[in-house]
Ligand binder design. Structure first.
Ligand SMILES: [Zn+2]
Ligand SMILES: [Zn+2]
Length: 686
């Protein structure tokens, strides 16, 4: 992490440097600053932060510039009878054509895999004919971004123009919340701001919640900006990841698009960071180093003295409160771009109207009407599998997980019972484990809903999109492609469908079992639920046909629904902020959650008890300590879980206390029997 000419450590204890891996440091002073800041802020060992910041091949000691074999067309190829080859061996001809176009730089195996899968046998043929040769070189920054076709800027509407003007006001640090309703054309505003920064010769980093979102965004960026962004996400191979990291670090990549961990990418000429869908929970890592990429983006922008744009149709209360305090700038896009009208929302009372297998009559009627007029339908249910519960009709026994305090979900396609918390699974049986009588699945999951819809609308093309149906590589892209092209009449899916997608033909959204978040135990349940409903509703009617959203609820009189119907997300978030101010929850206070898990219940509590005693002995008025208590799910994957919540209106108090606590807990023998962690600014209290 640094150099020194002397040390307080005795000479006998100092170790020699084992090997010098790089001639030049891979991380600049500023990059190291971000690593130190992350380690301090999240009270996490700095070595693990460095590990999170580096691609895995570098962690294993590989060089940043590994040797690569490149393939080129030989001299002979220029004067070769191409037509004859094309007839006899079309694959060889195709490969040779590509190599001739590439010129002296040639292509490496990865690039050839993209151009012509299974090119190796054709390559052998060409080698034998002396038409192709290979040489070894060091991977350098020659993999600079390709330039693609460009399309002109779109004309901005008045609101977009105002937003862009506000974003252009400074190239120095400022946090800008781009708060635009769904379909308001946020991407177009980002794009034109990105162009400014690129023109100045600087780099831009765009963080997105999930890789599922990237294909649409990347296609648009490439088309408009004329460059292919370097991509950094978990779906890449190790060597592809290293290559992308290298282009970012060297400055060859002007634009980097990535998920959470891309926030650590070294970019010496960084001029702008954009966090798209800032409200998305996937920006927060939920294990190990529990960092928020969004919050680190803001810290990084501040230290680099560059602007950061946070975009969302449903901003988190944290960001809204910063805007109220005028620490961040609030930029509004209140209307949909291109004159599309906002979707109309309507509640369906599931107590008063008949519901069959999860679908109410009014919703079925609306689906029928939409299909008749060639519109597309999206049915949203945030629960995968066939049914959430398997119950015995005779004795009432419910199939539970042996390792967690949770029920097992029925998955009928794979004939399994699965635990969604620990991953345990067993074969689905027809008889009750307790009494041997017949069991039946209770409630709806996406699989069951898909069956119901197939039964009721036999002529419709139905596609289910959830984490089960998109496990295989490329499945998500293919599913989104068929949804976007309009081949699919009815989409059924979870949260995955609500995120940022643009389905041009979609006019009806049905929300089934919308009440899941109404009575949640987490203080953020309401905010979360509002975000997911607004996001999924926002998929409807984005082009010329108006959108309609039907929400099935058993509690239509609930205040949440009344507020949503009359005042939308703005009113809901205003109310929630007022409530949090009174109850002293974030953003009005800061939280840290200390979790522990052990095979024995008492062990899980002992370490937290020690922490609690320390806090009591060193009482601080600015700190409130809640617990230790059992976690809301007290047993998970065979371990008992307990937690201690620290709450403070003063950030520095909280961090001082955490620093002391970490040392005490690390050195206590009770820590050896438990897994424990500190979670600063937790997004889940489970
Ligand atoms: Zn039974
Ligand atoms: Zn389990």
């Amino acid at each position: 992490m640094g150099y020194s000419n002397g040390s307080d450590v005795p000479l006998s204890k100092l170790k020699r440097c084992a090997e010098v891996l790089d001639d030049m440091p891979l991380l600049s002073e500023k990059d190291l600053w971000l690593i130190r800041f992350t380690s301090d802020y999240y009270h996490h060992p700095i070595g693990e932060v460095v590990a999170a910041a580096l691609p895995s091949l570098l962690r294993q000691g590989r060089s940043l510039h590994p040797a690569v074999e490149k393939y080129v067309a030989s001299e002979l190829a220029n004067s070769f009878d191409f037509t004859a080859l094309a007839k006899r061996a079309p694959k060889q001809a195709k490969l040779l054509e590509a190599l001739l176009k590439a010129g002296g730089g040639g292509f490496d195996a990865n690039q050839l895999n993209e151009i012509l899968p299974k090119w190796r046998s054709a390559g052998k043929g060409l080698m034998a004919k002396g038409l192709m040769s290979s040489f070894e070189c060091h991977a350098d920054t020659f993999d600079e971004q390709l330039v693609c076709a460009t399309s002109p800027d779109l004309i901005l509407n008045e609101h977009q123009q105002d937003a862009l003007t506000a974003l252009r006001c400074s190239d120095q640090f400022g946090a800008y919340l781009l708060d635009g309703v769904t379909g308001s054309g946020k991407t177009e505003v980002y794009l034109q701001r990105v162009q400014d920064v690129l023109k100045q010769g600087k780099q831009v980093l765009i963080l997105v919640p999930e890789i599922g979102l990237t294909p649409q965004l990347v296609a648009r960026l490439s088309e408009r900006l004329g460059l292919c962004p370097a991509l950094l996400h978990s779906g890449l191979s190790d060597s592809a990841r290293l290559a992308a990291w290298r282009t970012a670090q060297s400055g060859a990549a002007h634009l980097v698009v990535g998920t959470r961990s891309a926030i650590f990418t070294p970019m010496n000429k960084l001029g702008l960071i954009i966090v798209d869908e800032e409200h998305d929970q996937s920006f927060k890592q939920q294990e190990g180093l529990r960092y928020s990429a969004r919050d680190l983006a803001i810290a990084r922008a501040k230290h680099w003295d560059i602007p950061v744009i946070l975009g969302s149709a449903t901003p988190t209360l944290e960001m809204l409160q910063h805007c109220r305090n005028s620490t961040y700038k609030h930029i509004l896009l209140p209307a949909r771009a291109g004159g599309a009208s906002p979707p109309t929302l309507r509640l369906i009372d599931t107590v008063r109207t008949p519901v069959t297998d999860g679908i109410s009559e009014p919703l079925a009627e609306a689906i029928r009407r939409t299909l008749d007029t060639e519109g597309q339908v999206l049915i949203f249910l945030n629960r995968r599998g066939f049914a959430p519960t398997l119950i015995c009709s005779t004795c009432g026994h419910i199939a539970g997980c042996e390792r967690c305090d949770s029920r097992l979900t029925v998955h009928s396609r794979s004939r399994q019972l699965r635990c969604h918390h620990c991953g345990a699974c067993r074969t689905l049986k027809e008889q009750c484990d307790e009494c041997g009588e017949v069991v039946r699945p209770l409630g709806e999951g996406t699989e069951r809903l898909e069956d119901t819809l197939k039964h009721r609308f036999p002529n419709a093309a139905i596609k289910r999109i959830d984490s089960d149906s998109t496990q295989h590589k490329g499945a998500m892209d293919a599913a989104l492609q068929s949804a976007t092209s309009g081949e699919v009449d009815i989409l059924v899916g979870t949260q995955m469908l609500s995120k940022g997608h643009h389905f041009p033909a979609l006019t009806l959204v049905g929300v089934v079992n919308a009440d899941q978040g109404l009575f949640g135990t987490d203080f953020r349940s309401g905010e979360r639920m509002a975000q997911s409903i607004i996001q999924v509703a926002g998929r409807a009617g984005r082009e010329d046909r108006p959108g309609e959203v039907l929400i099935q609820t058993a509690f239509p009189e609930n205040k949440f629904w009344r507020t949503l119907m009359t005042g939308g997300y703005r009113q809901l978030s205003d109310n929630a902020l007022a409530e949090r101010e009174i109850t002293r929850w974030p953003p009005f206070t800061r939280l840290a959650l200390i979790r522990s898990a052990a095979h024995q219940h008492s062990d899980a509590h002992r370490l937290l008890g020690i922490a609690k005693r320390y806090l009591d002995d060193n009482a601080d008025n600015a700190l409130r300590v809640l617990g230790p208590v059992d976690a809301p799910m007290a047993r998970k994957a065979g371990r008992y879980r307990a937690q201690l919540l620290l709450q403070s209106s003063d950030r520095s108090t909280l961090h001082r206390v955490l620093k002391e606590l970490r040392l005490i807990m690390e050195s206590d023998p009770a820590a050896r029997k438990v897994r424990w962690s500190i979670d600063v600014d937790p997004v889940e209290l489970f």
